[in-house]
Structures are given as structure tokens and as C-alpha cells.
Design a protein around this ligand. Structure first.
Ligand code: NAG
Ligand code: NAG
Length: 269
């Protein structure tokens, strides 16, 4: 599912929405299995059952499931405050180097990876095949990193409270500055039958997923050594309300990890 960038900004707002919902209510409703959904910019999130959440997904209404990341007693931060200029964006540079790397992009690699990804029955965040797809990405991207040991690139699974991990690959910077993130969601969903229905998700978002794998490979092959770290993220549970990306955003916020810029690739075919 594709989200507008303005709506994506909500992930940060959702992290710091004010507490009309108490800690006790959170605990009680989480224990009941209810989900807390942020349905609209600026509005308080609302409690829904899993079935009601699925109905909302089917109606194509975009939302954040903030059940696991909602923080009571945190002051309101407006969206524009969240985006206050941490960085200025310079015009494109390094054109010569980038064009040379383009020559190494191999279509058959992306086709082969897409064949593997779409062959999983679905990549739903709560299904075993969804977990297997994430494991396959870890394995595939780890093998790429291992082929270029001089780059210092690392790959890890980011485990979640559901079975499908997200995946983080990192190219270290020559300095320890704020991180630049390129991301795509690895999960897919069959809205009529999420758990066992077929959901190849070739475009949504197999396309972004394989683009990211090939970009990672060609940058390592070129010996890319950024000034500040660059991370490649494959997110779990986007179709369930941007669950995987929010979990990582929350963990980075807690750790004080600064993010310089983020580019997300959803449905690039
Ligand atoms: C989703 O699952 C249903 C029921 O299993 C199936 O009929 C349908 O073809 C699936 N949709 C896609 C896009 O594969
Ligand atoms: C293309 O990839 C090869 C390794 O497969 C590498 O030796 C070469 O330097 C790369 N070229 C560029 C411009 O990145």
C-alpha cells in the first residue's frame, strides 16, 4: 500500500501524540487484544478490534497502528516541529560516480529476487511464509555483504513482537554522523484472507524490496564509503498499519539515533 509522504510524517507525530489515553487504559485494552489506530492527522487514535482493523484495511483507508508505540504523557509535537531542519538538501552531486554504478545494476538479479519473493504464498506479517520471506532477505543481503568484506557492511534482523522480522543492512560512515535511511516494506497482504490467501505482492512492494537489494549490492561493489552511515531497511507489517517502521522509529528515538534523511520506495515498478 502506498502512503503519501505527508501521511508518512505522521509516524513521528504518532510517537509523540498527547496522552488522552492513560497507561492503565493502554494496558487493559492491549491485554484484550484491541488495536489502537491513528486514522487521521491530528485526531486522537481510537480502539478497534482486529476484525474492525481488517475492515478498515479493506476500505483502503490509510492508518497507523500505534498500539505498541503510543506513549502516554508525552507532550504534543507538531508535524512541522518533527521535521524541523536537521539537514538541508543539496542539489544532486557525484553524478559521474553514480552513473558508473548504474552500469552495474543487473535486471536479472532483480527478476530472480522477485521470483523468489512472489513464490512465498504471502508475506503477511503474522504468517509463517511472511516470516520465511524476511529470513530469506536476511540471508540474501548477508551473502552480498559477505562478498564485500572490505566495506564493513553489516546485516541484522530486527525482531518484532509478531513473527516477521524487519531487516537492517548498514554501510558504516567514515564518521559517526546521523544515519541516512532507504527503506521498502517487505510484507504483502491478501485482504480477503490475510493469513493463508495468496498475496504475491510483486509491485506492492516486491518492486521496492528488490530495488533496495540491488542498490545495496552495486554500492558495495563500487566500494561506496559514505561520510555518514547509510542504512537499508526492509520493513515488516506495513500493511498492518506501518508496524515495522514504527517499531524501528521508536527504537531509534529511545536510543537517540539521529536520522538525516529517509527515502522510501513503495511500488516502484
Ligand atoms: C486472495 O485470497 C482469496 C481467497 O483465498 C483468493 O480467492 C484470491 O484470488 C486472492 N487474491 C489474490 C490477489 O491472489
Ligand atoms: C562493478 O562491479 C564490479 C564487481 O562486480 C567491480 O569490480 C566494479 O568496480 C564495479 N564498477 C563500478 C563503477 O562500481
Amino acid at each position: 500500500m502506498k502512503f503519501s509522504s505527508a501521511f508518512l510524517g505522521l509516524v513521528f507525530a504518532a510517537l509523540s501524540v498527547n496522552a488522552a489515553i492513560s497507561k492503565a487504559e493502554l494496558k487493559k485494552n492491549r491485554a484484550k487484544g484491541l488495536r489502537l489506530l491513528s486514522l487521521e492527522d491530528g485526531a486522537e487514535p481510537v480502539w478497534k478490534t482486529e476484525d474492525e482493523k481488517l475492515e478498515i484495511i479493506r476500505s483502503d483507508h490509510h492508518f497507523f497502528d500505534v498500539t505498541d508505540i503510543y506513549e502516554p504523557n508525552t507532550p504534543i509535537t507538531t508535524l512541522s516541529d518533527s521535521f524541523s531542519a536537521l539537514a538541508t538538501y543539496p542539489p544532486p552531486s557525484h553524478q559521474t560516480e553514480v552513473k558508473a554504478i548504474f552500469g552495474n545494476i543487473t535486471l536479472s538479479n532483480m527478476q530472480s529476487h522477485l521470483n523468489t519473493l512472489t513464490a512465498f504464498n504471502n508475506r503477511y506479517y503474522k504468517s509463517q511464509t511472511g516470516a520465511d520471506a524476511a529470513d530469506w532477505i536476511v540471508k540474501t543481503v548477508s551473502a552480498i555483504a559477505a562478498a564485500y568484506p572490505g566495506t564493513g557492511a553489516t546485516v541484522k534482523a530486527f525482531t518484532n513482537t509478531w513473527i516477521q522480522s524487519s531487516v537492517i543492512a548498514r554501510i558504516p560512515g567514515t564518521t559517526n554522523g546521523p544515519v541516512t535511511i532507504i527503506g521498502a516494506h517487505l510484507d504483502s497482504i491478501n485482504q480477503s484472507n490475510p493469513t493463508s490467501g495468496r498475496a504475491p505482492g510483486a509491485d506492492d512492494d516486491g518492486s521496492g524490496t528488490v530495488n533496495l537489494i540491488e542498490a545495496f549490492r552495486t554500492l558495495l561493489a563500487a566500494g561506496f564509503r559514505p561520510t555518514t552511515p547509510v542504512e537499508f531497511h526492509w520493513y515488516s507489517g506495513e500493511e498492518g498499519g506501518l508496524l515495522g517502521s514504527q517499531a524501528i522509529a521508536k527504537s531509534y528515538k529511545t536510543a537517540g539515533t539521529q536520522v538525516k534523511a529517509m527515502l522510501q520506495l513503495d511500488m516502484t515498478a
